[in-house]
Design a protein around this ligand. Structure first.
Ligand code: NAP
Length: 304
């Protein structure tokens, strides 16, 4: 039996692993991807203390190397469900069942989908959620970015260096993204912002050819020719497999010790209900969750 199983090997999960190992806990991190986390799909990170700029995959690689160097055991497995019984947690995975005294859920989040006609059909054929991954396919073309947050503007800037023209479509007349990104976007001659609009349908034959937009103020519909649509309308947590209290969007509810509604189960990083979802906060969450789990395990042992 493990002391601690950490589900998810992103910034939160690996930091929890590093802390747990330092506390002498018999720990394993379960992860389904080789280089996990939204961070691995992030071009540049400029707000992680100590690095003025570092690429997402490089920072993730450094986290992984750090964890492995201090002895964090990382195994590839996909968790399907969890049973909490008699103070034990049974974790069911595609490679077998594992048992532990405590759990940290650090499964992160994935991009939200628009849910409009054409989105599913053209996924990978003109519809993308990651400019870092797909921008080179759109060299010299006209593309559209949907959303007004950090992700939308970051990726619009990446695209603007490769494609001919980038439209940013935002549902309001004010962007949500930080001022520094807004200023950078405003200086790019090939980025145009379309305010107060939402996409209604993505059209094409073998690939994306047009997008239909609806103006939320006037109701007017417009068709714009684009060859790529990049969607950044927020994130959804990977929490379906775990039965703990969540908010209406599925983010796990925790207290300040990152305890969930089930004793001995902690949540850290993008999968939990919090105010910002950043690498720096995910890392901090990992540390808090591991320290709380250690305290819980010590108390369990004292009771026995
Ligand atoms: P976000 O901050 O939730 O922004 C989503 C954007 O999409 C908002 O502008 C929102 O409009 C719009 N939107 C939401 N639903 C929509 C819909 N159905 N149709 C059209 N537009 C819709 O999401 P995000 O940019 O992916 O960021 C997620 C989290 O990651 C945030 O906490 C962000 O700070 C963080 N992040 C950090 C970094 C970094 O630190 N380097 C980079 C990227 C992301 P409204 O503004 O009207 O709500």
């Amino acid at each position: 039996m493990y002391d601690l199983i950490i589900i998810g090997g992103g910034p939160a999960g690996l930091t929890a692993g590093i802390y747990a190992v330092r506390y002498g806990l018999n720990t394993i991190v379960l992860e389904k991807d080789v280089l996990p986390g939204q961070i691995a799909a992030t071009d540049l990170i400029e707000n992680y203390t100590g690095f003025t700029a570092i690429s997402g995959p490089e920072l993730m690689q450094r986290f992984k190397e750090h964890a492995q160097t201090v002895g964090v055991k990382i195994e590839s497995a996909e968790v399907s469900s969890i049973i909490s019984e008699d103070g034990r947690k049974v974790v069911m995975t595609d490679t077998g069942n594992l048992v532990s005294k405590a759990l940290v859920i650090a499964t992160g989040a994935n991009p939200k989908k628009l849910g409009i006609p054409g989105e599913k059909e053209f996924m990978g054929k003109g519809v993308s959620y990651c400019a870092t991954c797909d921008a080179p396919f759109y060299k010299g073309k006209t593309v559209m970015v949907i959303g007004g947050g950090e992700s939308a503007l970051t990726d619009a800037l990446i695209l603007s260096n490769i494609v001919k023209k980038v439209y940013i479509v935002h549902r309001r007349d004010k962007l949500r993204a930080s001022m520094i990104l807004q200023e950078r976007v405003s200086k790019k001659p090939n980025i145009e912002i379309i305010w107060d609009n939402v996409p209604e349908e993505i059209q094409g034959k073998t690939g994306v050819e047009n997008i239909i937009l609806r103006n939320l103020k006037t109701g007017e519909m417009n068709t714009l020719p684009v060859e790529g649509v990049f969607v950044y309308i927020g994130i959804l947590p990977n929490t379906e497999f775990i039965d703990v209290k969540k908010n209406s969007s599925g983010f796990i509810l925790t207290n300040e010790k990152l305890e969930t509604s089930v004793q001995g189960i902690y949540a850290a990083g993008d999968c939990r209900d919090t105010t910002i979802w950043q690498v720096v906060t995910a890392v901090a969450d990992g540390a808090v969750a591991a320290v709380s789990a250690h305290e819980y395990i010590m108390n369990l042992e004292l009771e026995q």
